[in-house]
Design a protein around this ligand. Structure first.
Ligand code: ACO
Length: 330
């Protein structure tokens, strides 16, 4: 039996672009309405970055806040693990651009591509880096500029996504019992065509055809993704709780991926948690993929819903399909 916790989350920082796109704005662009979007998703507005605000820049702002919170500087960082579905460039990793912006010269920096649960996957990798002795201090980042891969002519996806970044400093666990008590990650590549970007990668490089067919934007079979998300999030909750050796009733706060309020409600119901024990902020940010859990966690901390010793359950689902979860003693 492995002796956890190896790693703890020492601090958190977030950054969102100031530009707000409301449901009413979308209703002026597409055949949709505020009522429909709120009723089907719970989303009211989302943040949209400008052309100048890169994923690396949003990540830098989030990381600087996290470093400040931990009382350390960028040169104390051993590794940067950045989860994103929207890298600034396909080469080099966005984590390396972030490393340069931060001046984290001692670090190894790399990206993780695991869609919406990317933050949970990155946290799992960070824990492994710490447990193996490879790193003592890891910056785990979830950052997205989903507005660049969203088709604003497609009402079935344009209403869902937003931009933002969140980062945590993960360090060797300093006190008995505090830190990451369990992680669980899973995927099923057979379901990839239900949520994907067909064009613009090496299989179908960017070309006039790709742009004309709009295949560089996300395509989603919403209803199928919804059903799979509910099942996978439920399984992931069970598995993280089981692996942590805790009871569901002990969870103080569920911090789910913020994709759809109805998916979150179904997940909470499965876990036997009342909505008063669930963090929801998708009304303000929409689905920010790998940034969504750190954005929700930071807000929960600011609102005083997470304190020392709080038992947290993180759970997420996304393209791939990929899903994952973690139980953390704050
Ligand atoms: N406004 C108005 N009507 C709409 C809109 C819209 N924005 N979008 C779709 N509709 C219509 C459809 O055309 C359909 O009309 P029809 O009945 O005449 O055919 C009707 O509304 C119902 O459409 P559904 O797709 O069945 O609606 P549903 O209730 O499933 O909601 C939604 C759609 C919100 C996309 C939902 O399926 C969903 O949230 N799916 C999961 C998405 C998700 O969680 N993704 C997570 C991963 S994201 C990642 O990894 C990057």
């Amino acid at each position: 039996m492995i002796a956890r916790p190896f790693a703890e989350l020492s601090s958190i920082g977030v950054a969102v672009p100031p530009g707000v796109l409301t449901n009413h704005d979308l209703a002026g662009m597409l055949d949709t309405s505020d009522d429909w979007i709120v009723e089907r998703t719970g989303i009211r507005e989302r943040r949209i970055a400008t052309a100048e605000q890169s994923v690396a820049m949003l990540s830098r702002d989030a990381c600087q806040r996290a470093l400040e919170g931990a009382g350390i500087t960028a040169t104390d960082v051993d590794s940067i693990v950045l989860a994103t579905a929207t890298p600034d460039r396909l080469l080099p990793p966005t984590a390396c651009d972030l490393q340069a912006l931060l001046g984290a010269h001692r670090a190894a920096a790399f990206d993780i591509s695991a869609a919406c649960p990317g933050f949970v996957f990155a946290l799992t990798v960070a824990e492994g880096l710490i447990a193996s002795g490879q790193s003592g201090t890891v910056l785990v980042v979830g950052a997205e500029k989903l507005s660049t891969i969203t088709d604003f002519e497609d009402r079935s996806t344009a209403i869902l996504f937003g931009d933002g970044a969140g980062a945590v400093v993960v360090r060797r666990s300093s006190s008995q019992g505090r830190g990451i008590l369990s992680t669980y990650i899973k995927s099923d590549g057979r379901l990839a065509p239900l949520l994907y970007r067909p064009g613009g990668g090496s299989a179908d490089p960017i070309s006039e055809k790709v742009v004309c067919e709009r295949s560089h934007f996300m395509k989603m079979s919403g209803r199928e993704v919804f059903k799979a998300a509910v099942l996978a999030m439920a399984e992931a909750c069970d598995e993280a709780i089981r692996r942590a050796g805790v009871a569901a009733e002990e969870i103080d706060l569920l911090i789910p991926h913020q994709a759809n309020l109805r998916i979150i409600e179904a997940t909470a119901k499965h876990a036997g948690l009342p909505m008063s024990k669930v963090m929801v902020n998708l009304d303000r940010y929409g689905n920010t993929s790998s940034a969504s859990i750190p954005l929700a966690l930071e807000q929960a901390i600011s609102e005083g819903r997470v304190g020392e010793g709080s038992l947290l359950l993180l759970v997420a689902f996304g393209a791939g399909f990929t899903w994952g979860s973690s139980v953390i003693r704050w």
